[in-house]
Write a protein that binds this ligand. Structure first.
Ligand code: SF4
Ligand code: ZN
Length: 755
């Protein structure tokens, strides 16, 4: 244990707690103890404080006991002969620092200093500060909505972990290289801090790197304190997915050490405050890697690996700074033991899931396929092994060199796959991946699917030499990397020649129709096995999704066919067939097989699970549900809240607060997390009366699923049903809801009582 680090961390924590106390005194004097404090769109109050102390701080006055607690953790700055060889003092100091840092950030929100203004700055997706948010600021803390939507990627390994970068890199080029290396590995990156006023955020902004949720790089703020948001994110993930409760500090820290693969990368000079904050991160089991010369803490104990590693940038082996940057990132990954899968995709642009959300604006566009002015389709089908030449990519017809800038042309992408384990049912599962695979290329945007696909190539990508052939190269590499267990050979043909394109479009459409019919026929009573999904157990240890043809997983990412394919890819993986066995109650959806599985899969937490009821033994939830369905007893029906909806619901709670009730792997009658496509299934709470029970629904669902919902209304024999359902634009209390229902003659009024 380095005495040097302990001294500096203790000194830093003493100074920061003092500063927080002074700020709080002043804030209370100026604004009053009752002044509300909060972070945007979170149900976890000030999340780090809430998680670590159990205190739900809602006012400035509520911060007093927090700082008292922080002060009690402080140690005297070691001097003279005084010396203790234990890590404990450093860890205490670190925790005190985190509590003080979050206190200060909360006070900054009260003064309008957070999110940090940065004129002209545009977030590529970020925390929403309300409809009147003028922009021109950094992100500040991550909201619960984003935490949940990243959840599924964190659990299924697409996103192997997160990096909290604090400081500034040696040069702008090094800053870009570090971030690109992290993006390439799909590591979520949080940016904060500065060295002498210069932050990595400035560096990246100057180099035109897009920052925000969409690119997995979130700029918190240009000071060290904003790094606290990374730990607030980590603490919330334990509460959201791990089913842990606020105040279980030790368990939350252990959860992070075991399950959250994160590290801190300190760039540039490390001052007392950074030492103190680093000590805070070590509490979570997150190691700190510095690119300057500082004493190391190598023995493993609290972190799985080293606590503090020093890798002075100029001494890293490598011919140039780019290689050094790469080696630095490599070192971080090794130290934390982050498991990274990278497919080597031979394209002339950066490639990784971090680029999936990238938008190519019309003005940056070289050419597009599909959209308003042209047609683009994609079609994947299987063929016998001897009819597929692996790796062959053909472009049939002209390339886009003759298309004027910002022009468009027709294109069809036909993928032929073969494999001993391949089945026709997997065709749509694989075809849907084309969207993700193509989007992974920087400068390429892919929207839609089937014959409404829409692809844009940016000027930057075209200048780097990205051509039509590269679509094929990407698909070949990724299908092998991700689906190697079922796909042995992949051949891709890109059609732009009009006659052949038309011919293949017709074939593709025939296949889409065929699959639609197959899907419509694929009902729960036509199969004798459902599938389990335990993917989320890496985060929510007792949660199981039971996935049936008519009920997809609550994250919306896995339907029955996906699970079946996944089982074939990985027979010992998270998706196992559940033999239905004997039916017990087909209305509520009980079988001997599903009940038996529920007991085993939940490690005894759940005894029985009903597939079609929200009132009796409903399915549990982890934290990644797309929607929450909740009983409104007065209305004799349920409301459906989308995770994108931040408004108040008639239950008197926002989505974030409701999510705390719905998640954590427990059965709560009357509350259920679901995937949004379950809403349109004939089996949607069919034991409780089905879709007619929906009395309130977030407008975003009504808008984004308008067509599907219309079809449901027809099916239910009430074509105007959707208009009878209230939403947050008209109704936010139970009284308003009841009035609305009367006025619109909602069918739930005359259904049997729900309980
Ligand atoms: Fe998690 Fe359920 Fe989605 Fe599987 S289906 S990833 S368990 S939410
Ligand atoms: Zn989940």
């Amino acid at each position: 244990m380095s005495r040097y680090i302990a001294t500096r961390a203790i000194r830093g924590s003493n100074a920061l707690v003092m500063e927080a106390e002074v700020m709080l005194d002043r804030a209370i004097a100026e604004k009053g103890a009752e002044t509300p404090v909060s972070f945007p769109n979170t149900a976890y109050y000030l999340p780090l404080i809430y998680a670590m102390t159990g205190q739900a701080v809602e006012t400035l006055g509520g911060l007093r006991p927090v700082l008292e607690h922080a002060r009690s953790l402080l140690h005297p700055i070691p001097s003279g002969k005084y010396w203790s060889p234990y890590l404990g003092e450093t860890l205490d100091s670190g925790m005190a620092t985190l509590l003080a840092a979050e206190t200060i950030e909360a006070i900054r929100f009260v003064y309008g200093l957070q999110p940090e203004p940065m004129p002209g700055f545009n977030l590529a997706g970020g925390t929403s500060y309300g409809p009147n948010d003028p922009g021109g600021h950094l992100n500040g803390p991550i909201d619960d909505i984003q935490l949940r939507s990243w959840g599924i990627q964190l659990v299924d390994g697409r996103m192997p972990g997160f990096a909290a970068i604090v400081g500034a890199a040696k040069s702008n080029e090094v800053a870009v290289k570090i971030v690109r290396e992290l993006q390439r590995r799909n590591i979520l990156t949080f940016l904060s801090g500065n060295v002498n006023g210069r932050s990595i955020i400035h560096q990246l902004q100057e180099e035109g790197v897009e920052l925000g949720y969409d690119t997995y790089t979130v700029p918190f703020g240009t000071d060290t304190l904003s790094a606290i948001y990374a730990l607030g994110f980590a603490a919330r993930s334990a509460l959201t997915f791990g089913g842990l409760k606020a105040g279980q500090a030790r368990e939350i820290l252990l959860y992070n050490r075991e399950r959250v693969f994160a590290f801190v990368l300190a760039l540039g000079e490390v001052d007392d405050l950074k030492y103190a904050a680093a000590a805070g991160a070590i509490n979570f089991g997150f190691p700190v890697i510095a690119d300057t010369l500082i004493p190391e803490i190598l023995p493993t104990g609290v972190t799985r690996y080293e606590h503090v590693v020093s890798m002075p940038f100029n001494q890293i082996e490598g011919k140039d700074d780019m290689e050094r940057a790469e080696a630095l990132v490599q070192k971080c990954i090794e130290v934390r033991g982050v498991k990274v899968k990278v497919a080597n995709v031979p394209v002339p642009v950066p490639y990784g899931s971090a680029f999936e959300g990238e938008v190519v604006r019309k003005t940056d566009m070289r050419v597009e396929f599909g959209g308003k002015h042209s047609r683009c389709f994609e079609y994947l089908h299987m063929a016998p092994l001897d009819q597929v030449t692996d790796g062959k990519v053909e472009v049939v017809g002209p390339d886009f060199s003759q298309v004027p800038p910002q022009g468009s042309m027709d294109m069809g992408i036909v993928v032929k796959v073969a494999g001993r384990q391949m089945q026709e049912d997997f065709e749509p599962v694989l075809e849907r991946q084309i969207h993700y695979f193509i989007n992974g290329a920087s400068g390429i945007q892919h929207i839609g699917q089937r014959d409404i696909a829409w692809i844009r190539i940016s000027n930057a990508a075209a200048e780097k030499g990205f051509s039509l052939e590269h679509f094929g190269k990407i698909l070949h590499a990724r299908f092998h990397a991700d689906f190697g267990a079922i796909v042995d050979k992949v051949q891709v043909t890109i059609y732009t020649e009009p006659a052949l394109l038309a011919e293949w479009l017709a074939k593709a459409r025939a296949a889409y129709d065929y699959r639609n019919k197959r899907l419509a026929d694929l009902t729960d009573d036509k199969v004798d096995e459902f599938y389990s999904c335990t993917l989320c157990q890496s985060f929510a240890p007792n949660h199981v999704c039971v996935v049936s043809p008519e009920r997809l997983g609550l994250c919306g990412a896995y339907n029955w066919l996906d699970c079946k394919a996944s089982y074939n890819i990985n027979p010992t993986g998270p998706n196992q067939p559940i033999k239905l066995g004997k039916p017990i109650d087909l209305v509520k959806g009980y079988w001997t097989g599903t009940n038996d599985y529920a007991k085993v899969g939940s490690h005894g937490q759940v005894q029985e699970v009903s597939m079609y009821s929200i009132m009796e033994n409903p399915m549990t939830a982890c934290g990644c549900f797309e929607c929450i369905v909740m009983l409104i007893p007065e209305a004799n029906g349920v409301m459906v809240v989308s995770r994108e909806d931040t408004s108040m619901t008639p239950a008197g709670m926002t989505f974030s607060t409701l999510a705390g009730i719905a998640g954590g792997g427990l059965q709560t009658p009357g509350v259920m997390g679901v995937g949004k496509f379950y809403l349109i299934s004939p089996k949607f709470i069919s034991a409780d009366g089905g879709f007619k029970r929906v009395v309130w629904m977030s407008s975003v669902l009504k808008e984004t699923m308008a067509e599907e919902l219309k079809a449901v209304a027809e099916r239910e024999g009430d074509p105007d049903l959707i208009e009878k359902i209230a939403d947050e634009r008209h109704v936010s209390t139970v009284e308003e809801l009841l009035a609305w229902m009367e006025e619109h003659n909602h069918p739930a009024l005359v259904l049997d009582p729900m309980f």
